[in-house]
Design a protein around this ligand. Sequence first.
Ligand code: M6R
Length: 613
Amino acid sequence: MCGIIGYIGSKKASPILISGLLRLEYRGYDSAGIATVEKNGLSVMKDKGRVKNLYNLEGIDDLEGTIGIAHTRWATHGKPSKENSHPHLDNSKNFAVVHNGIIENYSDLKGFLEKNGYTFYSQTDTEVIPNLIHYYYTKDKNNDKDRILRAVQHTCKDLKGSYAIQVISKYMPDNMIVVRKDSPLVIGKGDGECYISSDIPAILSFTRDFYLLNDNEFAVLSRDKVEFYDIDLNKINKNVKNIEWSASSADKNGFEDYMLKEIHEQPTAIRETIGSRLPENEPCNFDDLNFTKEFLTSINKIYIVACGTAMHAGLSGKIAIEKLCKIPVTVDIASEFRYRDPIIDKNTLCIFISQSGETADTIAALKLSKSKGATTLAVSNVIGSSITREADYSIYTHAGPEIAVASTKAYTSQIVLLSLLAIYFAEILETTSVFELKDLKKELLELPNKIENALKSSKRIQEFAKNIYQEKDVFFLGRGVDYNTALEASLKLKEISYIHSEAYAAGELKHGPIALIENGITVISIITDPKLVEKTISNIQEVITRGAKTLVITNQELPANNFDTIITVPDVNVLLSPVLSIIPLQLLSYYISKEKGLDVDKPRNLAKSVTVE
Ligand code: M6R
């Protein structure tokens, strides 16, 4: 969580920093601040609240510095307040730091520094960092050009936890130092200037050339060059990576909100994700994997591990892989998986799904699986993200930058990529007939057009949203793949509409939750599996009898007059139906949130990538 931005070049840093922060605000938005190197030392301006408040700070327009660091915060230690906002200064006010992550041993370090005469002005874990840098700087009697770098290195050796840190100093008017461990940070290289950011989209309008920093690597930035060091300060070489995303893909492009734009981008996202993986009359193509029949036959168990929406995509992946490849698949929540000693050996394949590729629990689960000998495969939307650098293999959704906190196009792209993966495995293993796979491939290629059709339900959904936006509780029901859609729809509704909702496997209702159904309550059901139509209808009948209002999302012929509202989505192979049935439900959450006047893209208490445990 939290977003960090940095600039070093010949232009005024402050407007660049603030515009970068505005783009990063989805990572956290309870306070913001910038620090620049001015002629007479460091200047720090910060406050509680949204980034745009920075424009009102007295003196912000007078900043002339061409080197600066900036931060938008998602509070962990200490409530949102001016004191707790970043950047933080050391006691001498000569070192300014912004930090994303959590310093787990900060209270020990704080105690140590207090004993050495340092005073603390915030409740944050971060404030120990500039003070430790100052401590090591003053202890070092060798006044050469690397003195500050050594102080930062010693500081990092003391820190336990996760961090992406930017440091500027009055003593270093032409440089900036950055370092990361388990928290994202990228360096954009321009002409005579460099940009730092927590993620690529925030600085795409400035450059497409990026350096990706690994854990425990330091970069010393000057205007025209970047030098890299390992933890022992040995110099290392890095190549620039050119990123293909266009700057406009990170803009709203005429839509009112990023979420609405991203919902409408799903046909393109799916087309791009399929890309060249389905060549005509040839096997599914994953040259980034090149798995052999021998290897896949040796795999006797697959774990799919992820968080939130990515985990819901994993549930659809499980159904596809089990059906087409006959390998048992367990889907796990990363924060549970990593603490329960899962049974893993060299015959286990662990698949980790993360849109951002930076989710702390998913990365930790990956590291655990690797240490137990599993083969690890990352599914991410961000090339070069942490998870893809840790995994043995990586495959990508090509959904383009997803800015809204609520995941939409990444989710459907993940389902599509997992379906392609299941086909790829099944073709190698020969576990499903070629005719069946051929049909499925054809259906995959037709998906983008069918999504366009599903989006046409928008007006009706908007009307429905007007009827239910004041509800306190909503229930979602489904069976099989439709249960997975119910889980995802319920998460979307909670996340951006702040309506309490529950998703149940429809057959499970009478084992307890039906006690909650009372007159007037809204129950939303999904029916796309032809085998389960009658069973689900019976369950819906049970809630109608108890007074529920019903909305059904379906691609099946249903008996007329049974339900209050029916929204039809295009018919498709059941393995792919979650991609279509979620579309009206994404729109529903969106329009309810709008109806309630909420900030759709930046829901309360949430941040886009959860880089803390
Ligand atoms: O970047 P990731 O895919 O690893 O993120 C995982 C979850 O934090 C994410 O899907 C979250 O649940 C979304 N905000 C839901 O819309």
